[in-house]
Design a protein around this ligand. Sequence first.
Ligand SMILES: O=c1nc2n(C[C@H](O)[C@H](O)[C@H](O)CO)c3cc(O)ccc3cc-2c(=O)[nH]1
Ligand SMILES: C[C@H]1O[C@@H](n2cnc3c(N)ncnc32)[C@H](O)[C@@H]1O
Ligand code: SF4
Length: 368
Amino acid sequence: MISRENALNILNSTSSTEILENLLDLSKFDNTNNADNTKNTNKVITYSKNAFIPVCTWCRNICGYCTFREENYTLLTKEQMKETLRESDKYNCHEALFTFGENVDENPKIMEELNKMGYGNIVEYLYDIEDWCLNNTDLLPHTNCGILSYEDLKTLREVNASMGLMLENSSSRLCNTVAHKDSMGKLPKTRIEMIENAGKLKIPFTTGILIGIGETKEELVDSLFEINRINEKYGNIQEVIIQNFRAKKGIAMENYPEPTPLEVLKTIIISRMILKDISVQVPPNLNKETGQLLLLAGIDDWGGVSPVTKDFVNPEAPWPEIEELNKFSAELGYTLVERLPVYAKYINNDWLDERIYHKIQEIKRIRN
Ligand SMILES: O=c1nc2n(C[C@H](O)[C@H](O)[C@H](O)CO)c3cc(O)ccc3cc-2c(=O)[nH]1
Ligand SMILES: C[C@H]1O[C@@H](n2cnc3c(N)ncnc32)[C@H](O)[C@@H]1O
Ligand code: SF4
């Protein structure tokens, strides 16, 4: 691992020689997350074929960068979700990504709708559809819905292969800025507590940082060290998403500059140097022009890509075709390999509920 000071030097560097030297240095940090540790030497880059299910678009937070949240919300019916899941099953997708607003049942209108359908809260509703998903399709649920309590995480572990929550950034200063001032759920302390609870419960976990939301370089570096600290303690972080802020019409941060390609590249370099035994993921739809350079800088995962649904968080950014991603990766000698929402090294009874473990064996039997 490098020091905080070294990481900052890399982010601050304006020398092309120095940046290229750091790229070469990456071979010393062969720390990718793969059960047999051969992923990097074998030049493998993974992705997960998924279905994006935006369960509900209301949210108790109002983040300055978000277009997902709607006051005039939609709460998907179970039938609507089943239809997407059935369709995605036909395309051999193996991940059902349930991403939605935080604590949506704090909204009394939503609670009323849930009660009418026979549910006491949103977690009961989610559990029910994820249970259906496991019984009726070959998709494995991954939930990313914001803050959940220890008890809720424990319940949802029974029906999820992995779960996720972006740390976004570890600095509470951002809670006084346009990014997070109306988002109590983005308080780093609360987010860190949930990621640690997932660790205590042995839930394979996805987290990440959102770069370009007004953080300083120090805050960016500290966020990566914080994620690594949690993983050293619990070993539950399977991957870190380096998500680049995208400016869009209608958000409070509409006129904020997006991170430059070089900022993203340097962030990937230091991520590889700081994060030990953790995959580094970059969404290909947010890095269409520069994705290949990020592969050069050591990313080893493209994240979820869907042949059926759009990215509801970034709906203006279409997914590349898997064939295109394949060509894109092959040009640098990388083989594109599909993975499940849970990484290989966590596929055992210690990290997965018995039912999920069995389902994965079943899926593997069908595929092989
Ligand atoms: O399509 C998307 N998928 C997103 N994903 C999906 C992700 O790429 C995959 O679900 C994971 O790699 C698990 O396979 C997230 C998952 C998380 O746990 C946390 C945050 C994200 C963010 C996004 C996102 O903005 N868009
Ligand atoms: C699902 C994840 O998507 C990210 N997210 C939300 N809005 C944007 C945006 N404008 N650009 C890039 N990423 C965004 C946040 O990090 C959230 O946690
Ligand atoms: S990013 Fe997530 S928490 Fe923030 S407003 Fe959007 S849906 Fe809510």
